[in-house]
Design a protein around this ligand. Structure first.
Ligand SMILES: Cc1cc2nc3c(=O)[nH]c(=O)nc-3n(C[C@H](O)[C@H](O)[C@H](O)COP(=O)(O)OP(=O)(O)OC[C@H]3O[C@@H](n4cnc5c(N)ncnc54)[C@H](O)[C@@H]3O)c2cc1C
Length: 285
């Protein structure tokens, strides 16, 4: 299938890209193209001018920032994230999620910035960025701003991104004292998440002192499971605690559930409880 005709520009700097996006209502940012181009080919989206971000050095690279956190450029591909020793050392769950995105070709082209901007409910990285309490850095011709992941994901395919604004990077706090994991039930054809759960845990001896749990795939947007977190904190993460947390998680995600003809809301809700237990066990290694 062919998309409708469009112009194509490839600016050299972030400032130039932002100028074009601000000046042209029909302009749309193009990163890896693995969500935008399929949507255009299916005529679910039409844009008269694609602004290829590929040459913007300002949006590339993984760097360590204050307090040992990480800054990940928006153009960083899933494959680069999966292979990064810095990310594996700071947030193992993000390495795991990136390595589970689609197939090798999708991971080689798809970027974390494009993934978060698109906010597909079946995305993997979005769930981890929420559980990790990441921050999304944005820029436009009006200036820069930063949004906590908790506020960034608003609804189905809807994020706090204004027209003409670009994601420049994603920041993660230093999670090196946490144990984390991301697990998912993957769609057998696309590998998108039917259910994905991220667990970020801190322990003192056998006792869980902090827990951050997020769910995606089963929900219209990534959702924090605060009831499950409360059930885990103070426990030794034994089987009884996991049962209680799984029940709490199912209530946490009730209002955000999504289903389709293959995988109903009820099925995904039940599986989310199962995958919470797997995520906690995977985090503990
Ligand atoms: C077969 C297949 C399987 C897939 N499986 C999975 C999977 O299992 N898990 C998963 O999470 N994803 C999956 N994906 C999606 C993949 O991760 C996409 O690459 C990703 O969602 C979009 O990233 P992109 O760089 O390709 O963005 P693009 O397709 O180029 O852009 C997507 C949207 O984001 C906007 N955008 C891009 N970059 C920026 C930026 N820096 N700032 C602001 N807006 C921006 C674009 O304007 C567009 O609206 C799959 C895709 C395919 C084709």
């Amino acid at each position: 299938m062919w998309p409708s005709a469009f112009e194509y520009e490839r600016p050299e700097t972030l400032a130039d890209a932002l100028q074009v996006l601000a000046a042209d209502d029909d302009a749309k940012a193009l990163a890896g193209g693995h969500s935008l181009l399929p949507a255009m080919k299916l005529r679910l989206a039409e844009h008269g001018n694609l602004i290829d971000l590929g040459r913007l050095q300002e949006l590339k690279g993984i760097t360590t920032i204050r307090d040992g956190g990480l800054k990940i450029g928006a153009l960083t591909t899933h494959a680069e994230i999966a292979a990064s020793p810095e990310i594996r050392g700071t947030c193992r769950a993000l390495s795991m999620a990136a390595g589970l995105v689609g197939d090798q070709q999708v991971r080689n082209w798809g970027t974390i910035g494009g993934n978060l901007a698109h906010a597909d409910p079946a995305s993997d990285p979005t769930t981890v960025i929420l559980a990790s309490e990441g921050t999304i850095n944005l820029a436009s011709t009006d200036g820069e701003r930063s949004v906590a992941a908790e506020d960034f994901f608003i609804d189905l395919f809807t994020v706090d991104l204004m027209p003409g604004e670009l994601i420049t990077s994603i920041e993660l706090p230093n999670l090196s004292t946490y144990q984390s994991a991301y697990v998912k039930m993957a769609h057998p054809a696309s590998r998108y998440a039917i259910v994905g759960v991220c667990a970020v845990l801190q322990r003192d001896g056998d006792t869980c002192t902090r827990a951050r749990i997020a769910v995606g795939g089963a929900t219209v947007k990534p959702v924090r499971a605060t009831g499950a977190e409360e059930a885990l904190v103070g426990s030794s993460l034994d089987a009884a605690a996991l049962d209680t947390a799984a029940d709490a998680l199912k209530a946490d995600i009730e209002e955000w559930l999504i289903g389709d003809m293959s995988y109903s809301e009820e099925y995904r809700q039940d599986m989310a409880g199962v995958y919470l237990k797997r995520a906690v066990r995977a985090a503990l290694g």
